[in-house]
Design a binder for this molecule. Sequence first.
Ligand code: NAD
Length: 498
Amino acid sequence: MQTAHTFEIRRSAQRTSFNPEILPPGKIFVDGEFSAGTGTASFTVVDPSTEQDILTVPRASVNDVDRAVEAAKNAFTLWGRTVPAERSAVLLKIADRMEANRQVLVDLESWNTGKPAAVAEDDVDSAIDSFRFMAGALRAGTTLAAGEYAKDHTSVILREPLGVVGAVTPWNYPLLMGVWKIAPILAAGNTLVLKPSETTPLTTLKLAELTADLLPAGVFNIVTGQGSVIGDRLSAHEDIAMIALTGSVGSGQSVAAAAAPTVKRVHLELGGKAPVVVFEDADIEAVVAGLRTAGYWNSGQECGAACRVLVHESIAEEFTRALGESVASLVPGEPGAGQDVEIGPMISKAHYDRVLEHLRKAEEEGNEFVTGGHALPGTGFFVEPTVIKAAQGASCTQEEIFGPVISVETFAEEAEAISRANEVPFGLAASVWTKDAQRSHYVAARLDAGTVWVNAHLVLATEMPWGGFKGSGYGRDLSAYALDDYSRTKHIMHNTAR
Ligand code: NAD
């Protein structure tokens, strides 16, 4: 069934397609100012499509975290008392400022991650939309009516901010995952200290630079550095009320363990291995078109990626051949190489090696590469878009690869499809493809995932919650549910008896 095809990396005509003037300061941002921090080392941010160095950024110290928390704590005394209309106005100004600098943010994100222009544009537009949504949602909060629930006592519910929130973000959507935290955290009236990924701090620092005059000093702080040092300190800090992480399961476990002694709230958006259940009556062309995007968007470095297909055995051959052919037409390349580039590199050499190791293991276990399966030669961390015809239980069907790889397995019965879809430890996203409305409701209700699409995959809406079950974590990003997560209810009861 192998699709005979050779992928070629489309290269940018001028290697220096990005303008160094758009770079943010390579510094930490604390109490409204950029500074070098007190760490004694730095790390180098690398362009993954050319392997060239971009900028060095401080490996900050625990003392820098403590100073940022102190600044956020002081800023909370005023920010935490602002009324919704005031915070909403600031969030709208941030969105406008981002929009005015949209191309700078798009270029910076593409440069740092190698992602195609279309992906970076979607990231920045979605980030702007998140600020606008939260600016509206924070003014429209509803809660139980104030009323008399115990005789002669009037109950009032206050929704309050928590205080200082710590946030730790990943490298796959550096700006967007940052804003999914920053927007609701600020909207709810908290202040925050954020640690971006070591590999991708640029757009987060740029956001601070662009919005420094819009937020009071100390409301939004950024400390760059290692997860095991900065993330751990944020998780353990007794003046931090809540810690939110988007990242791998291992980092989530470390954060939850470090947070336990102070009993702070924990919000975890972790890994995924989204099952795609394709029934015999599905529109094969539509499924293939959907997966060509949803499996390979952001080079498959996507926690909700459509990466684990379970297809009914009666259509498996036709479907797998069609998917293989379609995936073979994907265009890999550098972000500067044109709007038609669809697949960028892996984020780093370490991640590239991890993805290739998964592919090596898949081959060793006897699974068949329908398309791709190897590294793309040349500079940059490029991997071929890959479709694997996989045996039931193969490791490529169970482990999060986080690369441009879809595995295809078959099933015979509906009940089997449901139980096998649910057999992985993750529960972030899933999709069901069928023309049978009753079946789509029945199956969607039984899939253990925070988001289930029917005849679609990876379509997100800012108004709808995003988050997982099981090993994918808990807590919700996006939507009014995120505002609930980053705030607390307080019941005040007045004795009205006379
Ligand atoms: P990662 O866990 O390696 O890193 C994420 C962040 O956590 C980084 O900033 C890192 O420095 C920090 N970190 C690492 N160790 C830490 C520790 N001990 N304590 C505190 N912080 C620590 O993940 P990654 O490789 O950057 O991102 C990929 C992972 O993120 C994948 O598993 C992916 O599924 C997941 N992800 C999930 C979602 C979602 O919405 N559920 C979104 C994007 C990415």
